[in-house]
Write a protein that binds this ligand. Structure first.
Ligand code: NAP
Ligand code: ZN
Ligand code: ZN
Length: 360
């Protein structure tokens, strides 16, 4: 017989969960395993809200297992470590992203690309190796194998560091992998939300000339004056888009909804690369003619491996990169989701779990 969420494990935990495709989040009691030999247990302090959480609570990808406690970019303070843990001690400031398990033996794991491991386990909406569902960071406590934990350097504020664990690595990794990290390249970032604004910051730190391609003209001033973008295109303005055709070496597309690719492929120079990281709920149309006429590439990228996640956090600390956030109390989360659906956030919501998540 399957046990109730409260009795699957010995350690009491609580958080907020969605229970059906309405996506409404409400208080939820569940449990976590005891700290195993290789586990790190920590008190959750801040948890970012990624658009993937929104897709998932509403079952937009068709694979949600309810109830689900979302949250896969969160930070906290270590309260206990297992006897075989080597990298962490009590009191350390740590973060966890999208992954809590991988096989450690496939080709991707061997190349530190755990996010592509076919036996990988996600932080929520997944089944762990012990057969129990995984639950994420909209909760008071986390227990996780140390391999999937990263150190947060002292000079990064914990609240604005939280989004690095998903939005940060998801943009840093493709910028590096596809060679967009060479100074002087012309890089486009489509969609100025949680992922997009960090993509701009990382691309600028790599020395790129960055153009934001957005549906929101109201974001132009901030993109240029505050985030450091070099230029801004309104994607629905055909004249602006036409004038910029053939100017970009690479584009990172973070858009969460169905949108046309043709204008984006048009922005690329010959041999340019369009890298998809946004995950709309339905397939996009791929126009082939303009791809082959310029030997262009359309690719995808999913978060990043653990070694690179630590590298990204250290790079962010060195270059003073963190997310621009709106810190919210736990009970604002449903309103935050409504606003996120309308691209109304500058640029990431972060839940103040420590001070506002109350046990029922
Ligand atoms: P977000 O903060 O909501 O940002 C998405 C942005 O896309 C919006 O701010 C908006 O920017 C633009 N947009 C929204 N609707 C649009 C539409 N109909 N047409 C054109 N542009 C539109 O979301 P996020 O947290 O950055 O996540 C973005 C996407 O990445 C989501 O689909 C998420 O699931 C996915 N994701 C993927 C990975 C991965 O590993 N690949 C990791 C994390 C998230 P403008 O206002 O500037 O137009
Ligand atoms: Zn995410
Ligand atoms: Zn593997």
């Amino acid at each position: 017989m399957t046990k109730s969420p409260e009795h699957e494990h010995p350690v009491k935990a609580f958080g907020w969960a969605a229970r059906d495709p309405s996506g409404h989040l409400s208080p939820f009691k569940f449990s976590r395993r005891k700290t195993g030999d290789k586990d790190v247990t920590f008190k959750v302090l801040y948890s970012g809200i990624c658009h993937s959480d929104l897709h998932q609570i509403k079952n937009e990808w068709g694979n949600t297992i309810y109830p689900v406690v979302p949250g896969h970019e969160f930070v906290g303070e270590v309260t206990e470590v297992g006897s075989k843990v080597q990298k962490f001690k009590v009191g350390d400031k740590v973060g966890v992203g999208c992954l809590v398990g991988s096989c450690h033996s496939c080709d991707d794991c061997a190349r530190d690309l755990e996010s592509y491991c076919l036996k990988g386990v996600y932080t929520h909406n997944s089944t762990y190796y012990d057969g129990t569902p995984t639950h994420g960071g909209y909760s008071n406590i986390m227990v996780v194998n140390e391999h999937f934990v990263v150190h947060i350097p002292d000079n990064l504020p914990l609240d604005s560091a939280a989004p690095l664990l998903c939005a940060g690595i998801t943009t840093y990794s493709p910028l590096k992998y596809f060679g967009f990290d060479k100074p002087g390249l012309y890089i486009g970032v489509v969609g100025l939300g949680g992922l997009g604004h960090l993509a701009v910051k990382f691309a600028k730190a790599f020395g790129a000339k960055v153009t934001v391609i957005s549906t929101s003209p109201s974001k132009k001033n901030e993109a240029i004056e505050h985030l450091g973008a070099d230029s801004f295109l309104v994607s629905r303005d055909q004249d602006q888009m036409r004038a910029a055709m053939g100017t970009m070496d690479g584009i990172i597309d973070t858009v969460s909804a169905v949108h046309p690719l043709l204008p984006l492929i048009g922005l690329l120079k010959s041999h340019g690369k369009l890298v998809m990281v946004g995950l709309p709920e339905r397939p996009l149309e791929l126009p082939v003619m303009p791809l082959l006429m310029g030997m262009k590439l359309v690719a995808g990228s999913c978060i990043g491996g653990m070694k690179e996640t630590q590298e990204m956090v250290d790079f962010a600390a060195k270059h003073n990169i963190a997310a621009d956030i709106e810190v919210i109390p736990m009970d604002y989360v449903n309103t935050a989701m409504e606003r996120l659906a309308k691209a109304d956030v500058r640029y990431r919501f972060v839940i103040d779990v420590r001070n506002t998540l109350k046990a029922e």
